[in-house]
Design a protein around this ligand. Structure first.
Ligand code: GDD
Ligand code: MN
Length: 414
């Protein structure tokens, strides 16, 4: 069976083979590997490097000729000689020939490696390839344009002692962004909030491009990733569902040279990734149960209203009591059935859960009303139709908030 680094030997001579002995204690995991190109090897997750070194710092690049030497020098200084490390630049065949600069630096320092990808482009997939090819027990990802504070790499690595993943964050105490317009800051914060609520991710900066992950954690989820656009961390956090996320605050500085590759396409990719992850989360047995419980609540509300109305003369209080009864019944059935794996037990937990559930249902009702009347007034749609849209939006909203808040837990997605 060939050694992984042989599998990675590129047809086009791009891969700089590691200057280590070809003995491996970990097997290559796919057959016929000799016929694979570098890209195939990565896509099929073939490369299983032994942990010969402590850390790989992955630098994805596209037209970073003016920055890359500076970034490599900074990292070399920060990492020192106490731990074993390598820098792996994944360059998408940059027109400015960034890879050429890296090749020259690699001649001088064997810890620097360059993977010039000629067959694919894209930031997230470059990072995934870098992670697959890196030989470190810990994998760090940073931008090459010096916007990330590279002096924090040791802290990110140290945080991996307590968590499978550690994030360089702009949005925790001590972090920040230098020289951002109010508009960009608002957009970034809004995207962060959507991502946190919709995906239930507990991390202050899930959109960060600066993070570290244990190789074992990456390998566990590698086959579930669908790298697209810029938001690989968001996907990693979603798929990994780590019980702990390490956070290292830093200041995001202005770009040193060159220009950002952030484009409308990248924003669109974010929306697509989010929709895909959301739908994966939504299309679940749990959501079907939740929706069924919602229907049962409608029946409970009608029945209790009818009973109360026959015995009470005041309509308003009968409606209110019927709504409260339906909410309690929904909560109890959800607690016993939909969220059985995270069930609240004991009166204190149940009362707290019921309060959260009530609060969220209340906001859901407002959203329901707002959507219904917005569509009806602005798009002059039929009221029956717009009510259905209102109910659908509110149900999804309620479901995610209840999943993330009322019945928060660390269960893995189905
Ligand atoms: N290999 C490869 N392929 N590298 C790429 C590509 C690509 O298609 N696109 C961008 N890069 C590299 C850049 O060369 C740079 O080193 C790094 O990825 C980040 O790209 P920028 O274009 O500088 O991104 P940004 O500064 O706008 O966005 C950064 O900050 C965001 C937070 O606001 C990134 O770190 C994002 O991931 C992060 O979300
Ligand atoms: Mn940048």
């Amino acid at each position: 069976m060939p050694h992984p680094s042989e599998v990675m030997q590129p047809n086009a001579g791009m891969w700089r083979a590691a200057p280590t002995s070809p003995t491996s204690d970990q097997p290559v995991t796919a057959a016929n590997s000799s016929a694979l190109s570098v890209a195939d090897a990565v896509v099929r997750g073939v490369v299983a490097s032994p942990h010969r070194i402590d850390a790989t710092i992955i630098l994805p690049t596209y037209n970073e000729r003016e920055n890359i030497a500076h970034a490599i020098a900074t990292i070399t200084q920060v990492m020192g000689d106490e731990v074993s490390w390598e820098i792996l630049v994944v360059d998408d065949d940059s027109p400015d020939r960034t890879w050429e600069v890296v090749e020259a630096l690699a001649q001088q320092d064997g810890r620097v490696r360059c993977y010039r990808r000629v067959d694919r482009k894209g930031l997230s997939s470059a990072i995934v390839d870098g992670m697959s090819l890196g030989r470190g027990a810990c994998l760090v990802v940073a931008d090459a344009d010096l916007q990330h504070d590279l002096s924090r790499i040791p802290e990110l690595l140290a945080a991996l002692d307590h968590a499978p993943i550690a994030v360089g964050t702009r949005y925790a105490n001590g972090g920040g962004t230098a020289g951002w317009s109010r508009r960009r800051l608002t957009l970034s914060r809004a995207a962060t909030l959507v991502c946190q609520v919709a995906l239930g991710i507990r991390c202050s900066d899930p959109m960060s491009g600066y993070f570290a992950i244990r190789r074992t954690a990456f390998q566990e989820v590698a086959q579930h990733l669908n790298p697209r656009g810029y938001k690989l961390l968001m996907e990693l956090l979603h798929v990994l569902r780590p019980a702990q996320v390490g956070e290292v605050p830093y200041i995001f500085s202005p770009r040193r040279a060159g220009e950002s590759k952030l484009s409308p396409q990248v924003a669109w990719d974010f929306v697509l990734s989010l929709a895909e992850l959301l739908s994966r989360r939504l299309v679940s047995a749990r959501f079907v149960k939740y929706a069924l419980v919602g229907f049962s609540g409608v029946a409970v509300q009608y029945c209790s209203f009818y009973l109360l109305w026959r015995n009470l003369v005041i309509d308003e209080s009968a409606t209110a009591a019927a709504i409260a009864t339906a909410a309690c019944s929904n909560y109890l059935i959800n607690n016993g059935w939909t969220f059985a794996d995270r069930r609240h037990r004991g009166s204190a937990e149940v009362v707290r859960g019921l309060l959260w559930f009530g609060l969220i249902s209340g906001t859901g009702a407002l959203i329901n009303q707002a959507v219904t009347w917005y569509l009806h007034d602005h798009h002059t749609l039929d009221l029956g139709l717009t009510m259905a849209a209102g109910i659908a939006v509110a149900t999804v909203w309620n479901y995610f908030l209840n999943l993330d808040l009322t019945w928060r837990g660390h269960a893995r997605p189905a």
